[in-house]
Design a binder for this molecule. Structure first.
Ligand code: ADP
Ligand code: ZN
Length: 612
């Protein structure tokens, strides 16, 4: 037998891309990965969320003989993954603990008869002898290890079962393997390569920039009201995720949004499994729902049209922030990452670290992670540049699509106010068993005669009333920034302010303190960076068409019991609305319309377009 040359195979891959998935061109290095895998090579693929990792193994699964076995920790989402593949005419199945015996037998049979293109497995399945025996009897095209960062022992998604995956190579040395992750940290990447025995594999590392996401970090005042403003002004009717630190604030925020006419659902570990699952299903299936959640929600959620991710509390690390915000805009359309951040966040997180279990090394590591996150919040530079540099990727320059680029904050010399504040803290230090938080210090500087001040005789302090040059909000900003820079600390259960070693440098005039002044008019979305996708703003003629298509899609999705995006993505509906095709041939040229969907939905769409 003559094996086909790479060129012929690439043609095949490109043909599959067009015919099955309805796309015209590969993205980034998709094609290189696919060729490498089709030729039998191992690959480690690092691409940001939304980069298009799935096609990197789905197309080789179709081009190579046998069944591709996909290892994924996301049992709850396997059905959706299989549905999405079925919708484009790919034969897929899964084996996991949620199945009854009949369903299982059916999938096993299809696997043995080579009637599947892809088989999804949970990692724990490979610990069972019967599964191994099953795999031994079938023809395996490749192994794909999804969410490969789950093998990293210090990561937050660690799954012990992933450690056993190195045996794939020993047991099936001839079967190519591809491991995929959206993890941006270099330490985790190195760990994946070692633990999965992929150091000799070819590594494909994409840029981790997400140009369609607009990063914005705003001072926290009345967070729920600010959030409501964002949703009403910029994201009416959009799907999005709101992250809160605690379960109770999740519940309160969801109630608040619902009371204000925004369809929102809660999700946190305190809810029972049935409610969690229903809420997740609804979020995936219905259009325009807002999920209010703790960080328990999100891994593997591949809903492409999440238009915003809002944080009402400060994430504990830049890694967490990047991962959570990354769930916005998988479809490449403009999306917002919005974070409200204030003094209380810094106090609370510093306190949490101080009182956390674990040894000094662990607390130091938590503090270092928090410091990097705070530096991102307080920067006067481009947020995106700082974010990318944190992950070791040099930025090309200011991005033009973050708040600091769109409305540059000023930086000002805050050394004198810093000294005033620090000396107030110093004077209160003698009474450190008392509860003197930030508010009290600011009251002293502003010369307020509060009960607490008169009771303790603090109106006699030399710093009493010397801070009239700044407003209360500005003083709180000074405290926040000093805390962020480690020039001030919080102690004890009440968040009492205390000096640090570095404070002395400021008090002794050996160090100047530059501060961030918020711009008068904060940045708002300018919809200009829709990368690969069509413009988000539709023409007056296309907008009503788009709405009709969305309604048709919602009804069709409901009828078939699948998420709306499994029918067509927003980007595809937008393009249909804009180009208004009048024949199946014209419709088939639209990105995202493959052969199967054309046959299934083509007539329906043309009918919707023809209605008036
Ligand atoms: P990841 O797993 O990397 O987060 P996905 O594989 O889910 O990303 O892909 C993100 C989105 O981009 C999906 O909706 C997918 O259909 C789409 N996509 C992937 N590759 C292409 C391509 N070559 N052309 C157009 N769209 C693509
Ligand atoms: Zn920028």
């Amino acid at each position: 037998m003559v094996s086909p040359t790479t060129e012929q195979r690439t043609e095949d891959a490109a043909g599959v891309l067009r015919r099955i998935f309805g796309y015209d061109a590969f993205r980034g290095f998709q094609r290189e990965v696919i060729d490498h895998l089709v030729d039998g090579g191992d690959a480690l693929v690092l691409m940001p969320t939304g980069g298009g990792k799935s096609l990197c193994y789905q197309i080789p699964a179709l081009v190579r003989d046998g069944v591709a076995v996909v290892i994924s920790p996301l049992i709850a989402l396997m059905q959706d993954q299989v549905d999405a593949l079925t919708a484009v005419g790919v034969r897929a199945g899964f084996l996991n603990s949620t199945q009854d015996l009949d369903a299982r037998r059916q999938v096993e049979r299809a696997f043995l008869d080579n009637e599947l293109d892809l088989l999804y497995l949970a990692p724990e399945a490979l610990g069972s002898r019967s599964t191994l025996h099953l795999l031994d009897r079938g023809a395996i095209a490749l192994f794909a290890i999804d969410e490969a960062h789950c093998v990293a022992q210090w990561g937050h998604d660690f799954r012990p079962d992933y450690l056993a995956l190195s045996m794939l190579h020993e047991r099936w040395p001839k079967v190519p393997r591809i491991a995929l992750t959206a993890t941006a940290t270099t330490a985790t990447r190195a760990e994946i390569a070692t633990r999965l025995d992929l150091t000799d594999a070819r590594h494909f590392v994409a840029s981790f920039d997400r140009p369609n996401i607009q990063y914005r970090i705003v001072p926290k005042r009345e967070p729920r009201k600010q959030l409501l403003g964002l949703l009403r002004d910029e994201h009416p009717g959009d799907a999005g995720i709101v992250y809160c630190l605690s379960r109770s604030s999740v519940d309160k925020t969801a109630d608040f949004l619902v009371a204000n006419g925004i369809p929102a659902l809660p999700y946190h570990a305190g809810l029972d499994a049935a409610t969690r699952s229903t809420n997740q299903q609804r979020f995936l299936r219905e259009d325009g729902l807002v999920m209010v959640a703790t960080i328990a929600f999100g891994m593997g959620i591949d809903k492409p049209d999440v238009r915003f991710v809002a944080h009402l509390d400060l994430p504990k690390s830049v890694e967490g922030y990047y991962q959570e915000t990354g769930r916005a805009g998988r479809d490449g359309l403009p999306s917002t990452a919005w974070l409200a951040y204030g003094l209380q966040d810094v106090v609370q997180q510093r306190k949490m670290i101080e009182t956390s279990d674990g040894d000094l090394a662990r607390r130091r590591s938590l503090a270092a992670h928090l410091d990097a996150m705070l530096a991102l919040c307080e920067t006067v530079r481009c947020r995106r540049a700082q974010l990318l540099e944190y992950f070791g990727e040099p930025a090309a320059g200011p991005c033009g699509n973050c708040d600091t680029c769109l409305a540059p904050p000023e930086s000002w010399d805050g050394t004198v106010p810093a000294q005033k504040l620090l000396s107030t803290v110093y004077r209160l230090d003698r009474e450190r068993n008392q509860r003197f938080g930030a508010g009290h210090c600011v009251d002293i500087l502003l010369g307020k005669q509060t009960d607490k001040i008169t009771q303790h005789g603090h109106d006699g302090l030399s710093t009493f009333g010397i801070g009239g040059e700044l407003s209360e909000a500005e003083w709180r900003g000074v405290v926040r920034q000093l805390l962020a820079e480690g020039l001030l600390a919080v102690e004890g259960d009440y968040g009492t302010l205390a000096l640090t070693e570095a404070s002395a440098e400021v008090l002794g005039r050996r160090r100047t303190v530059m501060m961030r002044r918020e711009p008068e008019r904060p940045a708002r979305a300018t919809r200009s960076r829709g990368s690969a996708a069509p413009a988000a703003e539709l023409s007056p003629a296309a907008a009503p068409l788009f709405e009709r298509l969305r309604a048709w899609r919602a009804a069709t999705a409901k009828e078939q019991g699948v998420p709306a995006y499994v029918i067509f993505h927003d980007a595809t509906l937008r393009q249909i609305a804009t180009e208004a095709p009048t024949s199946l041939a014209e419709l088939s040229r639209i990105s995202g319309v493959g052969e199967n969907k054309l046959a299934k939905y083509g007539e329906g769409i043309l009918t919707v377009l023809a209605e008036d």
